[in-house]
Write a protein that binds this ligand. Structure first.
Ligand code: IMP
Ligand code: MG
Length: 182
């Protein structure tokens, strides 16, 4: 570790932002909210790969209730400008009809990904679909319905890495979250 825990990634300096302890406390809080809201139901956790897999592994073990989990991989195309488009790369392998779904994300930024995925789930007959995201950048949100029902942290519009979040595919294995030094 360098000064004050700063790290270098591809020539950029990142500073510690959310510690493993901060994250663990947020995961427990969010798990408690889900247990309370879904009491008597059996939610299906749909994890959006790749970034959310670390958060999902911790969250799923904190949720002490009957629940199932599946994984999807989505790709968004910002090139389509205002309309955008989200495609399932690795699709749903389970019937969502009548299911109460909790979509697990690492971060909701513009909300484009969640906007399209939620409407897709509704079209496929899900009974309900809510977003649970470790991080949420409210200032970047373009689609209000994509606002996470459950969010670990509301953060500014800065680039963050670690705990599943990548920089060009790397640093997902950092146990804490770092932000780009200004
Ligand atoms: P959205 O569709 O604009 O909400 O984008 C969400 C996706 O963008 C996330 O699932 C991440 O893959 C990526 N993303 C957004 N902000 C960051 C960041 O600060 N660090 C790493 N990935 C990010
Ligand atoms: Mg993602």
């Amino acid at each position: 570790m360098d000064n004050n825990g700063e790290i270098q990634v591809f020539g950029h300096t990142f500073v510690p932002y959310l510690s493993a302890e901060d994250i663990s406390a947020a995961v427990k809080r969010v798990a408690g909210e889900i247990e309370r809201d879904y009491a008597g139901r059996e939610p299906l956790f749909l994890v959006v790969l790749t970034g959310a897999f670390v958060f999902a592994a911790d969250l799923f073990r904190e949720v002490k209730m009957p629940a199932t989990i599946r994984f999807v991989r989505l790709a968004s195309y910002e090139a389509m400008a205002s309309t955008g488009e989200v495609r399932e790369i690795m699709g749903l392998d389970t019937d969502v009809t009548g299911k109460d779904i909790i979509v697990v994300e690492d971060i909701v930024d513009s909300g484009t990904t969640m906007h399209y995925f939620l409407s897709d789930l509704k079209a496929k007959g899900a009974a309900s679909a809510e977003v649970c995201s470790l991080l949420f950048k409210p200032e970047a949100l373009k689609f209000s319905e994509a606002e996470p029902r459950y969010a670990g942290f509301r953060i500014p519009r800065d680039f963050v890495i670690g705990y599943g979040l990548d920089y060009d595919g790397y640093v997902r294995n950092l146990p804490a979250i770092y932000t780009l030094k200004k």
